[in-house]
Write a protein that binds this ligand. Structure first.
Ligand code: V47
Length: 370
């Protein structure tokens, strides 16, 4: 008869008691979760917390992604999307091409536009302002969720403008919230290894989100896992997000992103297994007690695993997407788009109640038009 490993049961029973008492998990607890391989029990605990927070609802959003350019002066080893200026496969959309793509918002009745790009060598600041202004004018009811903290830091350095000034100018012309990218792992060793000093520090990434929250711009946060990081570094990462949230309350959702290993300089490390993906969802739900939503981003997780993730702590699957380049250039085999009936079916088949939401995770009961 197989018996449970005593150390694991002991670790999880302590965590289970804390969860019953709604007590915050410690650094040691978080580390014990990463070292635990009792996925079923982790899932049960995370599902308890998830149901207490979100009931039987699982949310989705009608949205479109636009990656305006893949030209990037940085050199992050994991990235398959970026191209050096002059390299084959590089592209930059004109403002008109961006506006044309955004017309899908009207076709879909979308409430969110998600825009990120590489750290472009020579687009002027006015390009970004005009992009936001033009999109907001054309689609005033759609939330513009644009630019990772890493992009904002790049703009700050390139244009010699303070982060606060950039964010407040962007907000004036339509920026609604920041996506959670560019965080990778909030640990200096990993950032140096992955991005060779080209990306801002942990403190700088956090400072952009802090500044955004102060200005009333909420944000998401991600974790890129499954490469060179250690469990302790992921604990560090989660606690940075939890502390940020204690301080500002501006984080809407946390999204664990599994490393895809095609076409990049980091190379073919084994990709995170389904078990590891579910484990990261569950741990995020358990440790981030103050973050309202955990997202199983379906283009990265895969459609089937997103369904299962809903029983492992996730309460959101993202949305219609339409066009995704970052994961697909790194080898993701998921489709580019899912329509609303497919998203609802995915959620219902997993045993949850589908709820359409806006970018701020507010339930939408009527079909919205942009
Ligand atoms: O920061 C890049 C990751 C992120 C790879 O806020 C990779 O709702 C895996 O942040 N394998 C950008 N991951 C995407 C992002 C995001 C996605 C979905 C929803 C939200 C949100 C934000 O993609 C990057 C990086 O961590 N990434 N390359 C790769 N090869």
């Amino acid at each position: 008869m197989p018996t449970a490993a005593p150390a694991l049961s002991a670790g999880l029973s302590g965590v289970a008691q804390k969860i019953d008492r709604a007590e915050r998990l410690s650094v040691e607890d978080a580390l014990a979760l990463f070292l635990c391989d009792d996925l079923a029990e982790l899932g049960r605990l995370a599902d308890r917390v998830r149901r207490a927070k979100n009931g039987d609802a699982a949310t989705y959003v009608i949205n479109r992604h636009i990656n305006y350019s893949n030209l990037c002066v940085d050199d992050c080893l994991f990235c398959a999307f970026k191209r050096k200026p002059g390299e084959a496969g590089g592209y930059t959309f004109t403002l008109d091409e961006i506006f044309k793509r955004a017309e899908d918002l009207t076709r879909l009745g979308a409430s969110e536009l998600h825009i990120v790009g590489g750290h472009h060598p020579d687009l002027p600041f006015s390009f970004y302002e005009e992009m936001l202004r033009g999109l907001h004018k054309r689609h005033p009811r759609a939330a513009l969720k644009c630019f990772t903290a890493a992009e904002i830091l790049y703009f700050s350095e390139k244009f010699g403008l303070a982060v606060e000034e950039i964010l407040s100018r962007f907000k004036t012309v339509g920026l609604s919230m920041l996506p959670g990218g560019g965080a990778e792992v909030l640990s200096e060793r990993v950032r140096k290894k992955l991005c060779r000093d080209s990306k801002g520090s942990t403190e700088k990434w956090l400072s952009v989100h802090r500044a955004a929250h102060r200005l009333g711009i909420p944000s998401n946060a991600t974790l890129l896992f499954g490469h060179v990081e250690r469990p302790q570094e992921k604990v560090e990462h989660l606690l940075h997000i939890r502390d940020l949230q204690d301080e500002t309350g501006g984080v809407l959702a946390f999204i664990p992103l599994a490393y895809h290993h095609e076409n990049n300089a980091l190379g073919k490390l084994p990709e995170p297994t389904a078990v590891e993906r579910l484990k990261h969802i569950a741990i995020a739900r358990l440790v981030l007690d103050n973050v309202p939503h955990i997202k199983a981003y379906w283009p990265m997780f895969g459609v089937k695993l997103s369904q299962i993730a809903l029983s492992f702590g996730a309460d959101d699957i993202d949305g219609t997407i339409v066009e995704e380049k970052i994961y697909h250039m790194a080898g993701a085999s998921t489709p580019q788009e899912m329509d609303e009936p497919a998203l609802r079916r995915l959620i219902e088949e997993a045993g949850f109640r589908p709820v359409k939401r806006d970018a701020f995770h507010r339930p939408l009961f009527l079909k919205s038009a942009s």
